[in-house]
Design a protein around this ligand. Structure first.
Ligand code: ADP
Ligand code: MG
Length: 375
């Protein structure tokens, strides 16, 4: 019999470090595949997004009361995203097995700085407001067993994209970029955050042009690479640090860019050339990570918003000659919905009490079931 008997409906909810939108997907899972039935991206109210950005950038100025208010406000947006999604798909809540909600990260400090990762968006509000069992708080069980709690999508990438004969790498270009190396000849699955995805590009575009992102990379494309600045940036210790490693916007942000620019002393460089150089840094840091850890991967499958940045994708292609680069769309999953779909899958795994962290990726001592169940 085909797998149709085992099909089940889940909702995945994700808002990443870019805070561009809450991605909501309705997914039908069978044993070895998934199908996105409906999807939408709902933006935060502008005022809330500003407060979330401020809290993430400057946690010392954020009071406990403020965090609690944001926790509630984010949860209401996530709940509304589910209600809108079900309405759009004309699906009743009772048909959905569970929601997997990533929440909104406010701080990710997985190493010496504190060993914590904070996601907000009260899952009780989502569960009660939708009438659907909600799985959330995915990162902390991995952290409790010594892991970084990130990245968590490699197990999903492995489940969906692993090919027995062709070594592949999956690249997600969100605010931060992460890779999963899928090579069936290797015992271990390797995966880690390579560093900045869109975050530095968005940051520079926001402060210099008041544009939340550099659409298609067309601004960067007008500039020239400043090799001295690029070398200062690539010398950042994060890039040479061995995995397991994960990072966030606490580290890669506008201050990071300002610190590297300060190394140039008084040398003048145009804003456009800086955008171009930041794009090159993003592409090169990703390529170096792939070349260092996945030298026989001849296929790169890309997802996340960065796939829409034509200039960045062109730079990736030129840094990785001989590698076939495509979007996850060629594998039946639109690149905008991969991460949210991963959290729907993680919710399913949690309900099945199956572990989903990959200890070689997060550095955890062992495999654990991820997430808490709220109903
Ligand atoms: N047409 C485009 N051109 C350039 N960049 C884009 C485009 N569309 C989306 N992006 C980038 O993708 C980002 C959102 O990607 P996403 O995968 O949702 O990241 P996150 O997981 O951090 O939320 C935007 O902030 C923007 O930088
Ligand atoms: Mg996003």
């Amino acid at each position: 019999m085909p797998n149709s008997e085992n099909k089940s409906l889940y909702v995945g909810l994700m808002s990443g470090t870019s805070m561009d939108a809450i991605d909501a997907v309705l997914v039908n899972f069978s044993d070895h595949a998934c199908q996105v039935i409906a999807a939408r991206a709902d933006t935060y109210p502008e005022n809330l997004r500003k407060q979330l950005m401020a809290a993430a950038r400057n946690p010392d100025a954020c009071t406990i009361d403020k965090v609690a208010q944001l926790d509630r406000a984010v949860a209401e947006c996530f709940r509304n995203a589910v209600l809108n999604l079900l309405d759009q798909a004309s699906i009743d809540a009772s048909s959905v097995t569970a929601i997997g909600s990533h929440g909104q990260t406010l701080q990710h400090q997985p190493k010496d700085a504190g060993n914590f990762s904070v996601q907000i968006g009260d899952p009780h509000v989502i569960a009660f407001g939708t009438g659907i069992t909600t799985v959330a708080d995915f990162r902390r069980s991995d952290i409790a067993v010594g892991g970084e709690g990130a990245p968590l999508t490699p197990a999903f990438h492995r489940w969906l994209f692993m090919d027995k004969t062709t070594p592949r790498t999956v690249l997600n270009i969100g605010g931060i970029a992460n890779i999963t190396i899928l090579d069936s000849s290797c015992e271990k699955t390797i995966g880690f955050d390579t560093g900045p995805g869109n975050v530095l590009l968005d940051g520079w575009s926001s402060i210099k042009r008041d544009q939340p992102y550099d659409s298609n990379g067309s601004w960067a494309c007008e500039g020239k690479i400043n090799e001295t600045l690029l070398a200062f940036m690539l010398a950042d210790p994060y890039f040479s640090q061995p995995p397991p490693k994960s990072t966030g916007i606490e580290y890669f942000n506008n201050n990071w860019t300002a610190e590297k620019l300060a190394l140039l002393a008084k040398k003048q460089i145009s804003d456009t050339d800086i955008q171009c150089t930041l794009s090159e840094l993003t592409a090169r840091s990703i390529c170096q990570a792939i070349q260092n850890f996945s030298s026989h991967s001849k296929e790169l499958i890309v997802c996340g918003g960065g796939v829409h940045n034509k200039f960045l994708m062109d730079r990736l292609r030129s840094c990785l000659p001989g590698v076939e680069i495509s979007s996850t769309k060629n594998f039946n999953l639109h690149p905008d919905w991969v991460e949210a779909t991963a959290f729907a899958w993680l919710a399913k795994r949690c309900l099945e009490r199956k572990p989903s962290n990959v200890p070689t990726v997060t550095g955890a001592e062992r495999e654990v079931v991820l997430g808490g169940i709220f109903m």
